[in-house]
Design a protein around this ligand. Structure first.
Ligand code: XMP
Length: 518
């Protein structure tokens, strides 16, 4: 019998889709506990989870796989017999249709991006929606025919069965992604599933996370010591504050100046943390990083080298302090884009995840924020009392300017990029835009072009401006900023940086691009 004190929870089966964790995060946003399981978890696994939670619903995630291929990812079909509501999203939708006897095949047109869907029956997950809805699609395969047990309840101009409902059981499929912010009423669809269909109680709050995480860190480190490296961004600052609360003087906080920081950034990091009473040891490691990056052009190789150098510096500092544990501020999007889940494609190797060397001289690495998204980290930062300047600092990648210089990183190129970055930051921050961009920066391309400066031919570098808006960095849109702003930036850059002859504005969204260029 299920104890009434166990938390109501939604299980998410991870088929490796890019947005799998976003589903968990949206459920947390609705204050309900959720847990992600590998897609091939068995009925017995589910039974053992029932000891610690009250399983009220199951969601099957998207996937880069195809249900029609030999390597299709399938679930233990006995799970479908549990009398628990099930919602299939994208691949999950196709998988359920296929298991129940429908036809799935390659779509005539790959639907990708924003689509208009016509809601034919406002029922179940689709209850209370408009006649037409804007939804986020990303699929190659399509469900073309349903068995008698299922019926279609929504369609698009190219997908005849964009959503279905089971005629007798609480089983639903959505070809689109309600978890992505671009699906305008996505949260309403998830709310319908979680509260109306699964009848979950509200039971998850960020303050619970704060208390539980401090206890977890204490338990893991025991009577040993740990170090944490601060980049100065919100993730490592929150991780440091949690670790500081948990470990007191058993934690050393360091900041590695790898020479790939923005102008004056290492000093700013030290000062910001000192303001809130954390002592930071700034380690000057500029020379060793630049040496290792000499002659390296490949972005993934750069990331791996930087990841390895970071660890070597951490190991050295840990020995000096007598620490056996390393605490990192890795968040979920870092991990998903590094391909940490079994079936996800690797997009880029984030230095503090996939970029780690195979041999690491630490007893353990603790990543207290590994399941959270940036805005959730910001919410925790507020609870901890971090200053606004830290909470709203724009994200900066661990490998720093190295991933904003296309090709080889040199001291000269770093100088050029730093100067351009200062101009973009000043102009964006002084402009009167209504929405603060998620990130605004410059990228030094490896393209030279002809210009004319002071009546003379100039042959210099092309620099790109990137200004994007985003909620969680999983998707992003380039910002349609006023042309006057771009013109001002362009004139300042070309006037004050002789090595630059051309400025371009990046008008690509994510996907298909990523936010950083490398
Ligand atoms: P992308 O370029 O993958 O970036 O769309 C998503 C967000 O993550 C930041 N980013 C990184 N952060 N280590 C980090 O700590 C990394 O290797 C890394 N690469 C990208 C990026 O600035 C953006 O906010």
């Amino acid at each position: 019998m299920i104890s009434p004190s166990l938390p109501d929870s939604i299980l998410i089966f991870d088929f490796g889709g890019q947005y799998c964790h976003l589903i968990a995060r949206r459920i947390r946003e609705l204050h309900v506990y959720s847990e992600i399981l590998p897609y091939n978890s068995s009925l017995e696994d589910i039974y053992s989870l029932k000891k610690s939670m009250n399983i009220k619903g199951i969601i099957l995630s998207g996937s880069p796989a195809s249900v029609k291929s030999d390597s299709a990812l399938i679930i233990d079909k006995r799970i479908l017999e549990l009398n628990v509501p099930i919602l299939g999203l994208c691949y999950g939708h196709q998988l359920l249709a296929n298991i129940f006897g429908g036809d799935v095949s390659k779509g005539i047109i790959r639907e990708y991006g924003l689509k208009i869907v016509k809601i034919d029956e406002k029922i179940g997950v689709l209850e209370g929606l408009n006649d037409v809805e804007k939804v986020w699609m990303s699929h190659g395969d399509t469900v073309y025919r349903l068995p008698k047990s299922l019926r279609a309840i929504a369609h698009t101009d190219t997908t005849p069965i964009a959503s279905f409902i089971h005629n007798k059981k609480p089983i639903f499929g959505l070809q689109w992604h309600p978890e992505v912010v671009h699906t305008e009423n996505g949260l309403k669809m998830l709310r319908n599933f979680i509260f109306n269909i699964c009848k979950c109680d509200v039971n998850w709050r960020p303050s619970d996370f704060f208390e539980n995480t401090i206890m977890d860190i204490r338990k893991q480190v025991g009577d040993k010591k740990a170090i944490i490296a601060l980049s100065g961004g919100i993730d490592s600052s929150v991780a440091a504050a949690l670790a500081g609360r948990a470990l007191g003087n058993k934690i050393a906080m360091i900041h590695v100046d790898h020479g790939l920081m923005r102008f004056n950034e290492s000093n700013q990091v030290k000062e910001a943390m000192e303001k809130i009473n954390y002592k930071i040891n700034v380690v000057n490691a500029r020379q060793r990083f630049l040496e290792r990056l000499k002659g390296v052009y490949d972005p993934e190789e750069k990331r791996k080298i930087i990841g390895e150098e970071f660890i070597r510096v951490f190991e050295h500092e840990a020995k000096l302090f007598g620490a056996e544990y390393l605490i990192q501020g890795t968040i979920y999007p870092d991990r998903i884009e590094s391909g940490i889940t079994q079936n996800a494609d690797t997009i880029k190797t984030h230095h503090n995840v996939g970029g780690l060397p195979s041999k690491i001289d630490f007893k353990g690495i603790i990543e207290p924020l590994k399941d959270l998204y940036k805005d959730e980290v910001r919410a925790i930062g507020k609870i901890i009392g971090l200053p606004n300047e830290l909470i709203w600092r724009q994200p900066f990648p661990g490998p720093g300017l190295a991933v904003r210089i296309i090709g080889e990183v040199t001291k000269e190129k770093l100088e050029i990029l730093r100067k351009a970055d200062v101009i973009v930051c000043e102009e964006v921050e002084n402009s009167s835009m209504n929405v603060k961009p998620w990130q605004y920066f410059t990228v030094l391309t490896n393209t030279r072009s002809t210009g004319v400066k002071g009546d003379e031919r100039a042959y210099g570098w092309t620099i790109a401006i990137r200004i994007v808006e985003s909620v969680d960095a999983m998707t992003a849109n380039f910002m349609k900023v006023p042309w006057e702003l771009i013109e001002k930036i362009s004139i300042r850059i070309t006037n004050s940086i002789p090595e630059i002859t051309r400025v371009v504005y990046d008008v690509t969204n994510k996907p298909p691009a990523t936010i950083e260029w490398e």
